[in-house]
Design a protein around this ligand. Structure first.
Ligand SMILES: Cc1ncc(COP(=O)(O)O)c(C=O)c1O
Length: 422
């Protein structure tokens, strides 16, 4: 994100964040348009010279205005529900650049995908193939299908977001792939066109991607040998981003990093290219996080300072209902003051107002000393942030604004108490 201190005031592109919280209040999601467009372009460029489609995974952030900008930029869409499919169509993604993933598609969702003539369904089990075939017959449509294979690769991310191991619910185990392809080929109204893998999220090293590409390539070859015209490989998303030291600045504490910083998406994609480029298939990607995570932040105000025993707390107005990632999987977000006023340091827990001990944004965090009413920016919050917002504790959903140079647009107004109780 184009995020920097100018005269100790944090700016997103050319807008001082203090202007934003004064005008729109907190908690407030702020996105940089140029940041997510540049992220998309860098990923898309990594495949230049190869026929490909970079689908944006809507689950990371499905704000319609962000979707519209990505659709205009030429992205495809990876959707996992009827809701996401309708949002993608409304945003202007063309159906032939939409793939429908998800381990539990319902019949009505299949119907919608078929009626809208999306590019393909990423199918995750034999019963799903059977149902899709029945629905397609009923509608007199042909369903294009890629089979999601679970390659049993340890991708090294948090257990809740790694998806490519045999004991995870996702995909068809590699050992059953041949049988699943045979079944798919035998069912009416299905057209088997591809192989799909997605090995997890927040993967920071190239090796698991190289391994996954090898598995995909050998499946393409074996299925072609068995007579199936495979023309499409989808290698998923999962490219990791930097959460620690996302912003470096004199006056901000250096954050301890337990591992090397993530490789850039282009490098992660590069690890797959030697194998993918010779397959003669269109390559599909499904990145979410790597496009929007560092293009967004959450502004939150310090309501109170409080000491309980040995602990010092900053109680802020954003809770786990506004940003679930720390509570859900102990995710780390760098948190910085919007006004950098002191070199003094202290160790604090940054906690929300929700009635749960697990409602925290940071624990035992070394930060510049923060006062009551100061505003903090929780960084790298553009992915899996707003999409996980809830009304838990009957709290209001926060607003979202989009910054473009020195211009600001509200892309989702703050929910009101009237709306909540109506
Ligand atoms: C099938 C599939 N594709 C793509 C993604 C996007 O992953 P990421 O945001 O890590 O790029 C996910 C995330 O869960 C997924 O399940």
């Amino acid at each position: 994100m184009k995020l920097e201190y100018r005269n100790n005031e944090l700016h997103c592109e050319d807008v001082p964040l203090s202007e934003l919280f004064l005008e729109f209040g907190t908690p407030l999601y702020v996105y940089s348009r140029s940041a997510f467009l540049e992220n998309f372009r860098a990923i898309d460029h990594a495949l230049h010279g190869i026929e490909h489609v970079t689908c944006y995974a809507l689950k990371a952030n499905s704000n319609l205005h962000i979707l519209k900008a990505l659709a205009e930029e030429g992205a495809g869409a990876d959707v996992v529900s009827a809701g996401e499919l309708l949002l993608a169509l409304k945003a202007g993604f063309s159906p032939e650049r939409i793939v429908f993933a998800g381990v539990g598609k319902r019949e009505d969702e299949m119907e919608l995908g078929l009626k809208e003539e999306i590019h393909c369904f990423n199918v995750e089990s034999i019963p799903e193939l059977q149902l899709l075939s029945l629905v397609a017959m009923r509608l007199q449509k042909r369903a294009r299908v890629a089979l999601r294979i679970n390659p049993d690769i340890r991708a090294g991310s948090h257990p809740y977001i790694s998806t490519g191991l045999n004991d995870h619910k996702f995909g068809i185990p590699a050992a059953q792939a041949a049988e699943a392809f045979r079944t798919a080929a035998s069912l009416p109204n299905l057209e088997v066109c591809g192989v799909h893998v997605h090995i997890g999220s927040q993967i920071t090293r190239p090796e698991p991607f190289a391994e996954a590409a090898d598995i995909v390539a050998s499946l393409v070859r074996s299925q072609r040998a068995a007579g199936l015209p495979i023309t499409h490989v989808d290698v998923g998303g999962g490219f990791g981003v930097r959460y620690k030291n996302a912003l470096r600045q004199e006056g901000l504490p250096e954050e301890d990093e337990d591992s090397a910083p993530p490789s850039a998406p282009a490098e992660l994609i590069g690890a797959m290219l030697p194998v993918l480029k010779d397959l003669g298939c269109t390559v599909w990607l499904e990145p979410g996080r790597a496009i929007v995570a560092d293009a967004g932040l959450l502004l939150t105000k310090v309501l109170y300072r409080k000491e309980n025993g040995a602990k010092r707390f900053l109680i802020v107005d954003a809770g786990m209902n506004d940003l679930l990632r720390p509570s859900l999987y102990q995710a780390y977000h760098q948190i910085v003051p919007v006004r950098l006023e002191t070199m003094e340091r202290e160790t604090v827990d940054v906690v929300g107002p929700v009635c749960e001990t697990g409602d925290f944004l940071a624990r035992d965090r070394v930060m510049p000393r923060i006062k009551q009413n100061d505003v903090l920016a929780v960084l790298t919050a553009g992915a899996y942030g707003f999409v996980n917002v809830s009304n838990y504790n009957s709290r209001l959903r926060p607003a979202e604004v989009l910054v473009n140079g020195d211009r600001v647009r509200v892309i989702r107004p703050r929910q009101t108490l009237e709306e909540l109780v109506s």
